[in-house]
Structures are given as structure tokens and as C-alpha cells.
Design a binder for this molecule. Sequence first.
Ligand code: HSE
Length: 398
Amino acid sequence: MTEAAVLGYGTVGSGVVEVIEKNAEVIAKRCEGLHVKYILDLRDFPGDPYEDRLVHDVDVILSDESVKVVCETMGGAGAAYDFTKRALMAGKSVCTSNKELVELHGAELARIAKEHNCSYLFEASVGGGIPLIRTIYRALTAERIESIFGILNGTTNYILHRMELAGIAFDEALKEAQELGYAEKDPTADIEGHDPARKIAILASLVLGKKVDYSSMYMEGITKVEPVDMEYAKALGGSIKLVAMCEFAENGVYAMVSPRFIPKDNPLLCVRDVFNGVLIHSDMLDDSMYYGRGAGKLATASAVVGDAVECVNHPGKNVGHCWSEEKVQLKDIGDLSFRYLLRVKQEGAAAAEAAFGCEAKAQEGVNGETAFLTAPVTERDFQKKLADLPAVIRYYRV
Ligand code: HSE
């Protein structure tokens, strides 16, 4: 039996304890078994079934040589960074769901783990319970990954899904998501696209084995999406979803987050509600798709515990990724070519069609406006032409 500790007894941390306890029998078939010896939290939990394992001082855990695996579910990049570093330096493997810390310091922490013959694993930091990271470093190892295109934020996918289904405005759908506990009280990171940007930065980093910085990425959130945009998308057979993508081209790497028109032939159209879905395009396999719960207590905890099992099975060894601290400079997305769903005032429709070409029309003359799909054009040329077309109300890349 391997002794483990859980840092942070919030939603995911309590989920980790629950998964280890409930699935103890299954876990024991796949490794020598996991036991939670300590739970670290500043708070007390009177009456909690695991109250006796609660400690308030991280040094109790770090100085206990019997603890081999630490599950960090505290979040943030402050104390979590310090505790993770110290645990790794003590030769304890760390498994986490903390995407903020992974995006910011993952390469450094992976190096420290390697230097101390233990592991830093973070499957749960991207796509919650969906095995995406292990797929990249374990399964697709004979593949040259060419692009990743995915819905990596459950909250915004829920909001857009509700706007589409019920025809409600963004604010109302956000309120609903908050009432259901999907969206945070401060939902900025989700609705402005920072959360999926962090996640695609982590995936891109792992593909490249170098560091992609999310803050240098083009990011656009969903706050400006209107129910009428959804209607146009529906009339064209698709929908609007917040997509995080990266493309590994010969001349460099492109990455961005923005709301996109998903046409009917794209399997991501079926990714609804709070679910996540990711399409990986690679040179031998072609497209492969990964779908599931990208958030939530047990789904996320399951991925953390899966990593812990991997650590138990590799005592004194480093497993995981090759991830150096060398930074990658992202290429300008102006080079990329897209089709666009354009929403335009009727009086400027002819000029917009002449400028971009029209592949399909959504509707003609509703409320004095119309929408159509353009022919492919580079982002750079699109923006140049757009400057002379004040009648364009909104656009979505396809
Ligand atoms: N806020 C995130 C989401 C949580 O909605 O997907 C999981 O990372």
C-alpha cells in the first residue's frame, strides 16, 4: 500500500479522497494500492468521515518518508507552487488538477521531478477527466501532431448551449451557469477565454516539448455573442462554440482562442452542455476525437487518481513528459486562413459579399440585417478589408 496525501480539501480534493476510497478494490488491482494518510487544509471539517487525517501544517506531510504521492488540488500558483516544489525535492511524486500552476511553472516542476527521480503529472489540468495528456505522451508517440482543435471549457460551452437552445441572452445563461455551480462567482477566466487558453498552451507545450506562454496568445471570449448569432449559425446548419486551437505548421506554431462557427460536418457540433471535446489531427492516424466531462468533482478527481496510480507503479522513477523551459514564440495568426460567418447590415451586404465572396447565405433581410459565409481569406486580409466595411456587425471564424 502506498501512502498518499491530498493538499486542499475543496471540490476536487474531496473528490480525490472519494475516488480512492470508493474504488479502492479496482485501484488495488492496478497497483499495490493507495491510502490517503493526510489531508491538508487550513479549515477544520468537524464531522467529516476523514477528519482524523486532516493536518494544517504541510511539513507534517513533507517530512513523512512513508508518503510517496501528493495530490495537489489547492489551485492557484502561490502556496501550491511552493508545496509542489518542496514535495518534488523530497522525492515525492505530485499529481495535480491545477492548470494555472501547470501553465505557469509546469516545465520547471517537471524538471525538478526528473532531477529527484519522481514525477509531476497533471492529466486533470486539461479536459478534466478526459485522458488527453496521457494520450499525447503515451499513445500518439508515433504521430506527428499537426493540430489540436477543441472545446476545453465546460462553463462557456454550457452558456452557448443554453443561448442556442432557449434563445436566452448571454447574461441570463451566465446566471444560470452560476446557479448550477458551473461558473465561478468571478467568471472572467472562463468567459474571456483565459481558461481554455491556458489549457491549449499546456497541450501545445507538451506536443512541442517546449514552453508555450498562454498570455501571448490571441484570446477572444464569448461575452459579445448574441442569441441572433446563434440563429444565423443554426440556419447555416451549425452552431457557435468557444474553440481553443493550435496548429503546428512548418514555419512555426499558431495558437488562439475564439468563438467559432462549427459547421454541420464537424464532430465538435455534438459537444453540448458542459462537455468538452477535442480533435487531434496527426499525420498517420488522421483525426482522433476525445470527449467527456471536462470539469466536475469526480471526473477531475478520477484523472488525478489515475496519475497517482501511475506514480505508484513507477516508484523512484520519473514518468511523463519531455518538457523543457525553452520558450516558443507564437506566430502571428494573420497568416492563417479562415472562412467567416459574417453578420452584416443589409445596406452593406452587397459590398461585404463583393469583398469576401459568399459561399452560403443564412437569411435575407431579417431586422435589416443578413448573414453569410465568406470564401477562405487570410486573417490579415480579412481585417484589412473589414476596416472599410462598417456595415459588418460581427464575425465568427469557421
Ligand atoms: N472552469 C473550468 C471549465 C473548470 O468550466 O471548464 C475546469 O477546468
